[in-house]
Design a protein around this ligand. Structure first.
Ligand code: DX5
Length: 233
């Protein structure tokens, strides 16, 4: 675990992909009551990934039901075309895949001009060098620990050295940037991801399959991540 000047707060960000789509507003309220820190919307266009999910109007319909930050994980081709719509729908943080646009720097500027915080997501095979020239525009980097498109896939521990290398770059430059991980995060994997340098943890399946409910799942994941960050796991 790289030595942080001060450990960054552990944030639990549920993916609503496993939620009941027939009542997403209530599902967001249940997540807020369970103690999550924000909600991640996995936006998929059926092209960048072989799945299709939430348009901006769906997110806008859920916006009034909770006060939590919404982040839109845009797993879409040409994110430039739609990103403002997701900001208008109530997403305060927009995550752009480095692989999804040839003009990443300009696209991130578009996000900030729209009034949202900006993040870049890196698929497992994409090196961290892809973000080194845009770190000044970023509030967060998302390291995918699965290949995007579907929940419930196994965690890729091979991404942990990538997390640590990224954390080192951020520390060396003294930047105020969170590192998020997404995919296969649960009770047996969250400690490794956090110890490697992540502080924002996306979980979908692990939250919804906890037999003791969302509140227990969130508290358990948070406790495990905080212990790992403190070097106690
Ligand atoms: C997949 C999504 C993930 C997923 C959550 O492309 O980005 O957020 O829904 O993954 P699990 O269910 O593994 O936590």
């Amino acid at each position: 675990m790289p030595t942080d000047a001060a450990p960054r707060p552990i944030l639990i960000a549920p993916s609503v992909l496993p939620a009941d789509f027939s009542k997403l507003g209530e599902e967001c309220q249940a997540l807020e009551e369970a103690g999550v820190d924000r909600i991640q919307w996995d936006v998929m266009d059926g092209q960048f990934v072989p799945n299709l999910t939430f348009g901006p109007d769906v997110i806008a319909a859920c916006r009034p039901h909770v006060d939590l930050l919404f982040e839109a994980h845009l797993m879409v081709n040409t994110p430039e075309v739609l990103l403002e719509r997701y900001v208008e729908a109530g997403c305060g943080l927009i995550i752009i895949h480095a692989e999804s646009t040839i003009h990443l720097h300009r696209c991130l500027g578009q996000v900030r001009d729209a009034g949202a915080r900006a993040a870049v997501a890196l698929n497992p095979s994409t090196p961290i060098e892809q973000v080194e020239n845009v770190l000044d525009l970023l509030d967060m980097v998302l390291i995918m620990t699965i290949n995007p498109g579907f929940g419930g896939q196994p965690y890729l521990p091979s991404m942990e050295p990538k997390l640590t290398a990224l954390r080192r770059v951020i520390l060396e430059r003294g930047l105020d940037i969170d590192i998020e991980v997404d995919g296969g995060i649960g009770p047996t994997t969250i400690s490794g991801a956090t110890a490697a340098g992540a502080n924002v943890l996306v979980a979908g399946s692990a939250l919804y399959r906890d037999p003791q409910g969302l509140g227990h799942a969130v508290a358990d994941l948070r406790a495990r991540a905080e212990a790992a960050q403190a070097g106690q796991s």
